[in-house]
Write a protein that binds this ligand. Sequence first.
Ligand code: ADP
Ligand code: MG
Length: 460
Amino acid sequence: MELTAHEAWVKIRASAQGVLPEQTYRTWLASTTALSLSDDTLVVSAPTKFAVEWVEDKYGTLLRDIAERELGARLRLRFEHQGGEERIEFPQITEPFPGEPGHVLAPDSAARGVRPAVALLNERYTFDRFVIGRSNELAAAASDRVAAAPATTYNPLFIWGGTGLGKTHLMHAIGNTILERRPDRQIAYVPSEQFTNEMIDAIKTGQTALFRERYRRIDILLVDDVHFIANKEGTQEEFFHTFNALYDAKKQIVITSDRAPQEIPGLQERLVSRFEWGLVTDIQPPDLETRSAILRKKADEDAIEIEDDVIEYVARNRRTSVRQLEGALIKLLAFSSLSRREISLKMAQDALGPEVVHPEDEPLEVSPEEVRARTASSWGVSVEALMSKRRNRTITVPRRVAMYLIKTNLDLPYSDIGHLFGGRNHSTVIYSVNKVEAEMASDPGLRTRIGQLQQELFRS
Ligand code: ADP
Ligand code: MG
């Protein structure tokens, strides 16, 4: 039976509606539409770029699983944003610049592009919901201090660590706490890529003065994933001045990154030293006990009934990040709902695959960064080259292989993998992974080489 794109998507979406909270479904999936279905790819459109990223990131795995079960075939799902004018991508939580006397206001449309988009702070990302363990206790304590007394103890607060370990969560928790106590505070949550884009727009439209003015009126600046401004000289210059202005005005700055300041390649020395003025702290992957505690808390919060043996099974088998743990829970839920089976140990084994035995349960050695580094060195190129825009084959082959290894072994969302490679978008990553698969099929040499690397990294 041939389904049209629309019919296929309606089917998948209806299934997703059964497993996702109603609010989630309405916010993110109700407004999506199918664009096309060709060969094995279903292209779905979401209303904004942000929605595309979000759906891909949070529900991509779930939707792909559902697609596979509902339609039988290994269907590729791709999310796209369809043209059209896009206003601020992030819903606003406070009016960015209330019309108090003395505030520079430019509510006209020309100014829209240069207004810092005050992002919606995810209200689920609170301190209450953050499970503290050895791996994150310093970062959590420092964040708590900053939220309690901004710009007094640690300024800036710099939190670094691998993907999916809770950096963004802590940052939002700081924002949520301050906002609750002081709703009048201007809080800006800005992924550093967004800072870059806004600045570029401001330059294009000749509104740099306004851009500056606006960033300097913020009380709490939360800059997420600052490593994306590496090698972007103009952005670093601008950020340096914004930083100084806010710091001098005793405003709180919180920064996250995938590594410590001095380890970020292509970051100007003066920024490195400023980032080290306050407190630099890291988050490591959670140990077994913390992973179990996180799973238990998430299950309880969502009123999911799940026995301890299942929790332990998942905790033992999902070791890289908290995001992976969450993905496993969602998968269990979907599996339970679709197969109409209670969540049990047997069912978890069916859904998540056979147990991987880690006798000592040492912290997991393989991070996506490590896969990237090992692949680079195996091909004799630098990590920076993999993260750069360079397109010659000496670089593109190892870059794609690294993406492929990360996707197939660590199952990170495509957009996160893109971030690890200089901010490439998720469709580029999907393309790269597919390309490696195709090349492996026709090139035994490449297949062996990747197999060896796979064995070294993951012993599998
Ligand atoms: P990062 O920004 O480091 O990539 P996130 O903050 O986005 O990671 O965290 C990924 C997911 O894991 C989020 O849904 C977050 O709520 C959850 N999470 C991370 N750490 C914890 C924790 N210690 N307790 C509870 N949830 C956590
Ligand atoms: Mg993050």
